[in-house]
Design a protein around this ligand. Sequence first.
Ligand code: DLZ
Ligand code: SF4
Length: 515
Amino acid sequence: SGALRLVLGDQLTPHLSALRGIDPAHDLILMAEVQAEATYVRHHPKKLGFFFAAMRHHAEALRAAGHRVRYFRLDDTMPCHSLGEAIARTLAEGRYGRLIVTAPGEWRLLAEVESWAARFGLPVDIRPDDHFLCTREEFAAWANGRKGLRMEFFYRDMRRRTGLLLAADGAPEGGSWNYDAENRGALPEAIPAPGLFRVPPDDETCAVLALVAERFPDHFGDLEGFDYAVTRSNAEAAFEHFCRHALPQFGTYQDAMRQAGGAEGDVLFHARIALYLNVGLLDPLQACRRAEAEYRAGRVPLNAAEGFIRQIIGWREYVRGIYWLKMPDYAAVNYFEARRPLPDFFWSGETDLNCLRQVIGQTKRTAYAHHIQRLMVTGNFALLIGADPAAVAEWYLAVYADAVEWVELPNVVGMALFADGGTMASKPYAASGTYIDKMSNYCRRCRFDPAKKNGPKACPFNYLYWDFLMRNREKLRGNPRLAIPYRTLDKLPEARQAAIAEDTRRFLKTLGEAA
Ligand code: DLZ
Ligand code: SF4
């Protein structure tokens, strides 16, 4: 008898390890839209639409390539509640000698897959996830015996391993490994961002969107204006558009934020391809080689190509390595013992803090925000108010179309909240309104003033920042990277410190709590 081969919603590559050696005459590929995966967090409707539409198109592509595919849809008369149920029902429909799976990207789901051999009484072959350049074992070997797990050193190894942006003598192209300092330009109003690449939904995608609207009406987020690619060729076209029109300026403006009419400010010079990479519609190494080729051809500057490549073979691989190294404990870290519930405006965008209103509003509209919006606006705010890391992580996992737990959790609890006490970051990414004012035009349209330090007109980030440092003095004072702010804090007159504490208390009282 043949093998049953499971393909999960984020495993949409033709060369998936679970499909290697497939016998199209006897093996069956199983894919399933299931209630349990659609609701373990209340995913944004655009995220659900993206996953299901991409899954359906991938199933069609597999059939067109000559494979037999059993596909459960959520709008079948008898939909499946869970992946386990989909397997049980498929096993009842035919005889299979074994089940073959590519290791899922989430700890929760891997634990479930590991229980299937006993549950179904057949051998389960769990193959390594080769969507990544660095295996779990390789990352563990890299981490072993190191005091700090800084991304920079991992990234240099990955550059050497892939050969990306190396000069002939093996030195880094241009003489430096990292041009981060050239990635922080403020974006002048006069420089327009290129138009967004939009894919109008086809009939199958429209059917999925109608299903999502009907079944998940109470999930946070808008379904209107769905424009994500759901096929490999359209994802490639979206990436091509980025390479031509945005990559040249991506390096300089990758940290900038802009409020603009319409959707112009939503993406700026970003690629918005994380969702395609994370479900397998784009290949990470190919994307990096393409960016390098643009640089070699003289069409994009080094700070752009290097910045892009660092995000993918550096950060992306690194956070995934941290996730598997630290799970399951990583889901519960809480270094500052932060317990505040998430303010309810995270689910509505209704707040007077314009930066938060813009980023949450955009997230609601598009299921996307770029890294600085996530890290320095919503993440920074959650850090400063002492929001519960688990609640913050759940929010990010739900609202972003690219959010699978392996990438979302380390970015939230490690990077944004410093809840791991410094495994990933060497200091908390805490910042006052001055940073947001420098990197965006949000403050110009805000009722608060980023230049005011205290009182009702003052930007709340300003006093929240100092209160955060005062509150967590015991845990942070010894951090050499915070020596300067603590020296400044120590010199603040007592009356000013009291005003900071008082403004913070008053502000925190105004925060409604999410249900
Ligand atoms: C995120 C997601 C969603 C919304 N729905 C499904 C689904 O119906 N079927 C499926 O196989 N996978 C889905 N996924 C992805 C998984 O929940 C999970 O995040 C990844 O497979 C982990 O690598
Ligand atoms: Fe945000 Fe403060 Fe600027 Fe308003 S003034 S947009 S609250 S940083």
